[in-house]
Design a protein around this ligand. Sequence first.
Ligand SMILES: [Zn+2]
Length: 285
Amino acid sequence: MSQDRLQRFTFTGQPVRGAHVRLPESHRAVLACHAYPEALKPLLGEALAAVVLLSATLKFEGKLSLQIQGEGALRLLLVQCNEVQQVRALAQWQDPVTSSDLTQLLTNGQLALTIEPAQGQRYQGIVPLEGPSLAACLEAYFQQSEQLPTRLYLAADGHEAAGMLLQALPAAGPDTEGSFQHLSTLADTLKPEELLNLPAETLLHRLYHQDPLEVYPVTGVSFRCQCSRERCLGALATVDFQELQQMLEHDGEIAMNCEFCNHTYRFGPADIQGLFPDPASPTQH
Ligand SMILES: [Zn+2]
């Protein structure tokens, strides 16, 4: 198993669940894909940790996306996690990026969470991006759209990325608020370096040795892009045959770049011919 691990837990007798994640390998793999500005690296790591933690609260097959969009040095940040905790990320920015602070990075920002189940309806919730940190913005999101008290602790330094989530269970009883307050007050004492460096077991013991909790089997997390040559060909098959021919004549090939992992797929005349076996009616495909 990779070093990247997700640990879910629930408190015994307190209607609160939690999750802890450390993602050194995935964080580094994401950063290796593009020449990201130094100042953006911690935010990418925090967003990766956040999307994995949020995936731990869902029972679904499909894809969860966390997206930040706005005006300023940071245009777009998108991180995705599927039901087996495979993650990928991308950012679009405009140089120079001089601050890691969300409020400096973009204005008129929006934060969107999208669930795309393998089967069934796509769900998207959007809130204005208000708050000093990604964790604060996500907490506000859960307050507004889910009415679920949620706390997130995120840390990343360009090498390590880690996080912890606490969330009141849906339809919990009258003692929920007290429990949630108690458990999050303890977690508020966490320092970023503890999040980044301590294994889940040590960290949970340090915070909650007086609050019995049940831990679930550890889940591995990995960086894996969902792009493929077949998917690119599928996209090309929706383009007009004549247009593709013109591109081939102009460049000798058609190159498609994946914005997530930066891999380039190249297609020649034979690939394009293969997509349109009957050029008399190419738009039928
Ligand atoms: Zn890719």
